[in-house]
Design a protein around this ligand. Structure first.
Ligand SMILES: Nc1ncnc2c1ncn2[C@@H]1O[C@H](COP(=O)(O)OP(=O)(O)OP(=O)(O)O)[C@@H](O)[C@H]1O
Ligand SMILES: [Mg+2]
Length: 248
């Protein structure tokens, strides 16, 4: 569904290759986990999927159409929701308000100044219910736990009714039990809504439990792309034996 074609990302005026030319496809409804040490290029690859990083070379196609023009890119971004480690919520606003903010992409800039439509409010409440937080809808986000905040972030992503879900280390700041809850929720939603889901993680054990497919990066290069059963201990060693600061 999303295809990177020889896509590379080079920073610092050509001296740092964050992503070497990479050709890879993420298929509809597939749950992929990106693994790699810090600096390996996980976020770069993830952000390339909706061109939040400007590629140095190569292109991205969605359903066979190259998104190198403003219209195609806007359309793709509207169908793509993102979840971040620090959830990036408005902490002084309610959970419901934050989730409703996810609908703003559907409003013209003038219309967004007016109250949200009732149908969107109902959808936002439905999404909060789906992540188990209906009873917290009117609570301020800064009164919620880290795991609950992350679930509000997921509800905000869901309210966009996306076809693609990109999550950059969504469980990095959660305790193991909350992290399992969030991963299981993401996995369930991916299957239920047939969303193409790509999640970057530091925990190999979570990748093994939840991923359908694992893509591993070392120094900006994909060194493994396969299913959980194919991820041998030797490959795991190869992924994590790279010096933390790399050799750029
Ligand atoms: N905006 C930027 N400008 C310059 N260099 C960058 C930029 N973003 C990332 N990099 C560099 O590109 C490389 C890959 O970074 P990236 O954020 O993709 O790694 P990562 O695998 O997500 O790491 P982490 O696990 O720490 O989040 C790193 O060396 C990083 O310092
Ligand atoms: Mg990252």
């Amino acid at each position: 569904m999303i295809q990177l074609n020889k896509l590379s990302v080079i920073y610092n005026r050509g001296i740092l290759t964050a992503l070497h030319p990479t050709t890879i496809e993420f298929r509809r409804g597939e749950f992929t986990v990106l693994l790699g040490t810090s600096g390996a290029g996980k976020s770069t690859l993830l952000r390339s999927l909706n061109l939040l990083n400007t590629p140095t070379s190569g292109e991205v196609s969605v359903a066979g159409v190259c998104i190198n023009n403003a219209r195609a890119l806007r359309n793709h971004r509207r169908n793509t929701a993102m979840i971040f480690q620090q959830h990036q919520l408005m902490r002084r606003q309610t959970a419901l308000y934050n989730v409703l903010a996810g609908r703003l992409g559907y409003y013209s800039s003038l219309r967004s100044l007016l109250p949200m439509r009732e149908v969107d409010r109902q959808l936002a409440l439905h999404c909060l219910e789906r992540v188990g937080l209906l009873d917290k809808a009117l609570e301020r986000v800064d009164c919620l736990s880290g795991g609950q905040m992350q679930r509000v972030g997921i509800a905000r992503a869901l309210v966009q009714q996306p076809k693609v879900l990109l999550a950059d280390e969504p469980v990095a700041s959660l305790d193991p039990s909350c992290a399992h809850q969030v991963m299981s929720l993401l996995q369930g939603l991916c299957a239920e809504k047939n969303m193409t889901t790509v999640v970057s993680l530091h925990q190999v054990e979570f990748a093994k439990i939840y991923a359908q497919r694992i893509v591993a990066l070392v120094e900006g290069q994909v060194i493994f792309d396969g299913c959980v059963d194919e991820l041998t201990d030797d490959i795991v060693k190869k992924i994590y034996s790279t010096p933390l600061l790399g050799s750029y």
